[in-house]
Each structure stands twice: as C-alpha cells, then as structure tokens.
Design a protein around this ligand. Structure first.
Ligand code: ADP
Ligand code: MG
Length: 300
C-alpha cells in the first residue's frame, strides 16, 4: 500500500484504482476534499467515517456517477468511463427502490448488461452466470420471486449476486452489512475473501469499525478529507479514529485487539470452516460497534 500522494502513488497509474487530489462538491457543500490514494489488486479496503463523511461519495466517484470538482480517478490507468465495465457496485440498500416489479433472477441478469452491451438480449450463458452467482449467495431457489418480497438480508445477497455476475475486477459495496442478519454478514465477508483471493479489489463503506478492523486489509478513514489510509494495523489507532470521528468515537481497543482478531479469522478461514464460525460468533459477542460514534466514557 503506497501512502497517498507519494511518488510511488503517482507512478502507479495502472493500479486498479488511482485517485489524485479528488474533490467532490454538491452545490456549495464539499463532500470530499483533496483525496489521493492508490488501491491495489487483491486488497479489501474498508471505507470508514461518520455519517455524512463522504464514504458513499467516494464510491460514487470511483464508479463515475458524481461529477468531480477537481482531481482525477483512474481505473487500471484509464478513465472511469472507459473502464466502467470493470467496476461493479452494490448501492446502499436504503437508496434502492424495492417495489420495482422484477424477479430475483432478472435483477442478477441485469448485472450482465453492461458487459455484453445494452442492446443485446441476455443469452443462456448470461443466465448460467447469473444462476451461479445466485447459488454463491445461497439464493438460487428464490430466482422466480419478486425482489421486493425478500427480507433485507436476502435483497442484499441478490444485489451482491448481481455484482458478482458482472465479473468485474473492482467491487464497491456501500454498507453491505447494514441491517442484515448475522448469517448474511458472514456470507458477504466470506465472498469478499474469495474475491480478494481471486485478485479483485474490494471497497466496503461501513460504519462498523470493529468489523472493518477485523476483516479489511486496509482502512480509508474519511471525514471529507482522507484522514488516513493504509494497513488496518496502522490506521485502526486511537488518534486516527479520533481525528476521523471528531474526537467523539469510543476507542476501546488500544491493544490492537481488532488486528489480532483479524489474523485469527483468516487462519480459521483457511483451516476449518467450523472453527471460523466459532471465532466469528465469538467476535460478534465481544465486538459490537455502536451504529453511530458515541463516547462511552472508555479510557483515553
Ligand atoms: P456518507 O456516505 O459518509 O454518509 P455521503 O457521501 O453520502 O456520506 O455524503 C457526504 C456529504 O455530501 C453529506 O454532507 C451529504 O449530506 C452530502 N450529499 C450527499 N449526496 C448529496 C446530494 N445528492 N446532494 C446534496 N448533498 C449531498
Ligand atoms: Mg453513505
């Protein structure tokens, strides 16, 4: 992970994501200011920060659906527009209109459109890929149902399947763990592990600090500015989190507990699924992040 703005970062223009001096505004409101970062192949980057910090805006800038006020985003050295089919996106669940009358399988098949061109009807191959993606998220038997009738966790899985079917190199997931059941959370994280092993680059916006520290290689700590960006062991630190959350965040893990936990989780994943389940069940008992930053009066 090259530090943002270093000479190394500037030279690495064919990296999956290369952001330089990015500023995004909505009217007069500055959502992101002068953000620079390089994101590597096979990395899983947690985008953390308080509500309104610009996490979703960062993902949208990489996707190319918000205008840039200044700076640039390059995808594999090309413009976002040229590389659009290499980026898949799972929007924040709250931002999706769910009463649209469309079947689960059709939602996933839509992930194929951009890849094959909008004016060619999906063929048997596309449907096969869509079914495989539904299978991976455990929703193959629900393909004929209406998307609006599923639970939140099931909808999240279907949207992840749509992104998988796109067979992109970069996946942008906006709060995929938000308001979903524990089983779906585990499944999403396990799929991200698989994607990372396949050399994909995954960005996940989340306000769940402990899960981010536990599961991600790197954290991008955003509060309009990029406060810090780098390996979770370096960035999941009291001073960084206090700067990211304006000094009001509970910092309970001064001992790098989250980082140790992460190492344990990976060992288990490669070992026995059963032990991994146990380790993760334990982490859910002991590491419960507040939904919004609060000062719980912990030691400082
Ligand atoms: P986060 O995802 O971290 O909660 P966002 O990226 O959604 O933050 O928003 C960053 C800032 O930009 C916030 O102040 C938000 O109110 C503002 N914002 C986001 N989207 C829009 C929009 N479409 N129009 C105007 N302001 C927006
Ligand atoms: Mg958001």
């Amino acid at each position: 992970m090259a530090p943002a703005g270093s000479a190394g970062a500037r030279a690495a223009t064919d990296e999956p994501i290369s952001i330089e001096h990015l500023t995004v505004t909505y009217g007069r409101r500055v959502a992101l200011r002068d953000v620079s970062a390089v994101m590597r192949r096979g990395s899983f980057i947690g985008v953390i920060g308080p509500n309104g910090a610009g996490k979703s805006t960062l993902l949208k800038a990489i996707l190319g659906i918000v205008p840039l006020r200044a700076g640039s985003v390059r995808i594999f050295g090309r413009s976002v527009r040229e590389a659009r089919d290499r980026v898949a996106y799972v929007p924040q669940r709250e931002a999706v209109q769910w009463d649209f009358p469309v079947s689960v399988l059709d939602v996933v098949v839509m992930g194929r459109y951009r890849r094959r061109g909008w004016f060619r009807l999906p063929n048997a191959h596309d449907r096969e890929i869509a079914r495989a993606a539904l299978d991976e998220v455990g929703m193959l038997d629900r393909g004929d149902e209406q998307i609006g009738q599923l639970s939140g966790g099931q909808q999240q899985r279907v949207f992840l399947a749509r992104a998988l079917a796109q067979q992109a190199d970069i996946l942008l997931l906006d709060e995929p763990l938000n308001g979903v059941d524990v089983r779906t959370q585990e499944l999403v994280l396990a799929i991200i592990d698989r994607l990372r092993a396949d050399g994909k680059t995954v960005l996940m916006a989340t306000h769940d600090l402990n899960t981010a520290a536990d599961a991600c290689d790197c954290l991008a700590c955003v509060n309009h500015n990029l406060i810090a960006y780098g390996p979770a062991g370096d960035t999941f630190q009291p001073d960084v989190l206090e700067r990211t959350y304006g000094g009001s965040v509970l910092v309970a893990r001064r001992d790098n507990f989250g980082v140790e936990r992460r190492a344990a989780r990976h060992a288990h994943l490669h070992d026995h699924q059963h032990e991994h389940d146990q380790a993760h069940a334990a982490s859910h008992e002991t590491l419960v992040a507040p939904p919004t930053p609060v000062d719980a009066g912990g030691p400082r």
